[in-house]
Every structure is written in structure tokens, then in C-alpha cells.
Design a protein around this ligand. Structure first.
Ligand code: 6PG
Length: 222
């Protein structure tokens, strides 16, 4: 487990933004997978505040909740507010207004999979839940067993909700995956994974490296 520990959430956001800005600058544009939840918002806001040429970059939502795109719980709403709106970066997210969750996942697969397989430089940002889930790959959920580079629907029994998520194989097309983890509430799961816990986040791979970017609170159990 490769990790970098920085002081606090602001330092995580700045470090992550530096990494992404550097990737864009040195590659002339990237495919950028974005995490949902609350942690990454500060990274997106940090990126939006910088003078970055986004014209050859495409961002995409690594998972979504089965809610309308403008719902307060929608990951894509948070991303549009914090990054896409201010920068006008090209952004792909599942259309949760069409038919069924399966139709939405299949339609999004058709858009993102060709890009993921052909991208010359792909970076994915992920978060982690206290139960070890990442994206919407939750412990015990059906999608953990889905192979293939694709986007799928996934019923999360514990929450009683449908989600949409990249499969492990789709996440693994990234050259680099960066987990953004802050706060003492995440310290136990971070320590568990470092000790070998079998949770979804521990099964994420990448073509080059998987980096855990932690603040001191989240790293306090290491
Ligand atoms: C989601 C995310 C999920 C998130 C973790 C951590 O839809 O909730 O995709 O995987 O990254 O739940 O969320 P926080 O950053 O809010 O702790």
C-alpha cells in the first residue's frame, strides 16, 4: 500500500490538484475519473481556482446514485458545482433520467468504455467509505463479482438503494488511481486495509500505481 501523508484536508486538496495539474500539463490533456461523496469537493474547488487548460481533458463520474442529476445526493451535481461549472471541462456522467438503472448504466458504458480503453493518460480519483467501499462497489454487493470493463447497476442491500458504478476492471484501466482520504473516521478502515483487510477498496488496481493520499487524521492508525 503506497501512501502519502499530508497535514490536513486542505493539504490533500492542494497535493491532489498539483498532481492533476501536472498530469494535464505534461500530457496535454487526460481522462480524469472523479470520485463522488464529500471528500473530493475541496480538490475540485482547488482545481477550479487554477489557470489550467482543460480543453483536451475529459472528466467522468466513477459512480452515481440512482437519483435525478440535480438531486442534492447526486455526485454529478457536486462535480458540476465545484469543477465543471467553473472550468467548463468536458464531463461525462450517467443519465439518470432515462428508463431503468440498467439502461442508464448500459448507455454510460457505451460512452466511457471506449475512452477508457483508448486513453493515452488516465487518472482516477476515488474515495473510501468506513466500510471499505469505493465508487459504488460496496461490500457484499453484486457488482464486486462483475468482470469486464464496464459501468453497471448495483443494488446496495445495506442502504436499500440502486447505484451505478465503474467495475473494478474499468477502474483498472487508469494509469494511476489516487484515493483521497481525510478525517479520523477513516483511520480504522485505512489501517485495516494496510493490515490486509479484504474490502472492495483493497481490490482496486491500476496500470502503474495506486496511491493513498491521506491527511494525518486518516493516517493515524498506520
Ligand atoms: C459515493 C462515493 C463513495 C464515496 C465514499 C466516501 O457515491 O458516496 O462515490 O464511494 O467516495 O462514500 O464518501 P465521503 O468522501 O463523503 O466520506
Amino acid at each position: 500500500m503506497e501512501y502519502i501523508v499530508v497535514r490536513d484536508p486542505t493539504a490533500v486538496a492542494r497535493y491532489a490538484a498539483d498532481m492533476i495539474e501536472g498530469e494535464i500539463t505534461s500530457n496535454g490533456g487526460i481522462l480524469l475519473g472523479l470520485a463522488g461523496g464529500s471528500t473530493p469537493r475541496s480538490t475540485y474547488e482547488e482545481l477550479a481556482g487554477r489557470s489550467i487548460d482543460w480543453s483536451d481533458t475529459t472528466a467522468w463520474m466513477t459512480d452515481g446514485r440512482w437519483v435525478p442529476p440535480d438531486h442534492d445526493d447526486a455526485n454529478q451535481k457536486m462535480v458540476r458545482e465545484s469543477l465543471v461549472g467553473p472550468t467548463d471541462v468536458s464531463f461525462l456522467a450517467p443519465d439518470t433520467t432515462i428508463g431503468s438503472v440498467r439502461e442508464s448504466a448500459d448507455a454510460f458504458s457505451e460512452r466511457i468504455v471506449p475512452l477508457a480503453l483508448s486513453s493515452s493518460r488516465s487518472i482516477v480519483l476515488l474515495g473510501i467509505g468506513a466500510d471499505g467501499h469505493t465508487a459504488s462497489l460496496f461490500p457484499g454487493s453484486p457488482a464486486l463479482a462483475y468482470d469486464g470493463v464496464r459501468y453497471v447497476d448495483n443494488y446496495v442491500e445495506r442502504l436499500g438503494v440502486w447505484r451505478l458504478t465503474a467495475t473494478f476492471d474499468l477502474l483498472a484501466t487508469a494509469h494511476v488511481v489516487v484515493f483521497l482520504v481525510t478525517g479520523s473516521a477513516k483511520a480504522p478502515i485505512v489501517a485495516s486495509i494496510a493490515a490486509g483487510a479484504d474490502v472492495p477498496s483493497a481490490h482496486v488496481t491500476a496500470r502503474e500505481r495506486v496511491l493513498w493520499l491521506l491527511d494525518e487524521a486518516a493516517a493515524s492508525g498506520l
